[in-house]
Design a protein around this ligand. Structure first.
Ligand SMILES: [Fe+2]
Ligand SMILES: [Fe+2]
Length: 136
């Protein structure tokens, strides 16, 4: 079994958000599997770009809810999203610039660990507000 992927402990109980988190973990897992199988760099690049896209999409969703509900911890939370987005952009440009660039184990671990920590730490903090406002 792959160590990359969703598990029940990460569920926040908000369906739309859980679905997006689950998808992000699936995409990391997909990238990992594609690498292990030695797929072409254009195939890897596409999965990587998809992951970045979907991450931005998800972060945008959270940001809109923060704005709408006046989340007090919004600035700190969004700063964490930005750091992650920046880091992914750097990795993607390294990947694009070098045809032999490998997305190594450390990068995969970084993506996976960051996401687990963020979902179970930072994201969990908005639960009381989201639940109070009936976010589904
Ligand atoms: Fe999230
Ligand atoms: Fe978040």
């Amino acid at each position: 079994m792959s160590k990359f992927g969703w598990n029940e402990k990460m569920a926040l109980g908000i369906e739309s958000i859980d679905r997006e988190h689950q998808k992000l973990f699936e995409m990391i897992d997909q990238l990992q599997k594609a690498m292990t199988k030695g797929q072409s760099s254009s195939a890897l690049g596409q999965i990587f770009a998809g992951l970045i896209d979907y991450t931005n999409n998800h972060f945008g969703h959270e940001a809109r809810l923060f704005e709408e509900l006046g989340y007090e911890n919004r600035a700190a939370h969004l700063a964490k999203h930005d750091l992650f987005t920046d880091k992914m952009a750097v990795l993607k440009s390294q990947f694009d610039a070098q045809s032999n660039f490998m997305i190594g184990v450390d990068v995969m671990n970084f993506l996976n660990d960051w996401l687990i920590e963020h979902v179970m730490g930072e994201d969990r903090k908005y639960l009381p507000l989201f639940n109070k406002n009936g976010v589904k």
